[in-house]
Design a protein around this ligand. Structure first.
Ligand SMILES: [Fe+2]
Ligand SMILES: [Fe+2]
Length: 236
């Protein structure tokens, strides 16, 4: 640990802070959403999911304390105050959030699974295994509700809102910070490459739900210019 440069230490600290923020933000967002859940079976799923997000937060907080000697809670609470994740305001929107926000987090974590800082690797691998179990249900609910025809007015705008929030999980593509983290083996690839994996992963559900990717410039964020948004028929 003594050979860590201040920059490496700083980057790793920031990675842990962002991770802790995302985990607690997910727990809070899904917790707020409980009031919109119409059926016991989904209540069971969501309460289990919230508990796992809280445990991910706890695991990152523990690692952070071991690494920095301090609590991450002050940083995370301040960031949540300053940058709250919007809360879903209906069952349909909650499903959209579960699908896109959680899925974005999953793909982001995959980039850290071979992290050059060993303790991070261990924590991340446990979280990834659990996140894999969250997948699919939000997507299934979104597709079913979209197909019901009852959400025609709201489905596309809410999709665009949460698509953007999902994409924001990856950070700005092509940044100096990205290059440094990759060179140091802290993460695998540039954010742009991860965005493409995420976009490809959600394409079948986008098509099945009768949704469309918006024009990238309407998302109001930095995206790689060559991102492939095409919904091909063969991918199902
Ligand atoms: Fe999580
Ligand atoms: Fe999750």
């Amino acid at each position: 640990m003594s050979e860590m440069t201040p920059e490496y230490r700083r980057t790793l600290t920031q990675m842990m802070e962002s991770q802790a923020y995302r985990e607690l933000a997910a727990a809070q967002m899904f917790g707020y959403g409980l009031q919109f859940i119409p059926e016991l079976k989904w209540l069971k799923f969501l309460t289990w999911h919230i508990r796992e997000e809280m445990e991910h937060y706890e695991a990152v907080a523990k690692m952070y304390r071991e690494f920095t000697g301090e609590s991450v809670e002050g940083v995370v609470n301040a960031r949540l105050k300053e940058k709250p994740v919007p809360f879903a305001q209906s069952w349909f929107e909650l499903a959209m959030a579960q699908f896109l926000y959680d899925r974005g987090g999953f793909w982001q974590l995959k980039e850290y699974e071979n992290c050059s800082y060993e303790p991070y690797r261990g924590v991340i691998q446990k979280i990834i295994r659990e996140e894999a179990g969250h997948q699919g249900l939000g997507q299934e609910i979104v597709i079913d509700l979209c197909k019901s025809g009852k959400f025609e007015e709201v489905k596309q705008p809410l999709f665009e809102k949460w698509l953007r929030l999902g994409l924001l999980s990856f950070g700005r593509p092509n940044s100096e910070g990205n290059r440094y983290a990759i060179a140091q083996g802290l993460k695998k690839r540039d954010s742009g490459a991860v965005m493409q994996d995420f976009v490809n992963d959600i394409k079948p559900a986008v098509r099945d739900g009768g949704l469309q990717f918006p024009k990238p410039e309407t998302l109001g964020m930095e995206l790689p210019r060559d991102l492939d948004w095409a919904l091909r028929k063969a991918e199902s």
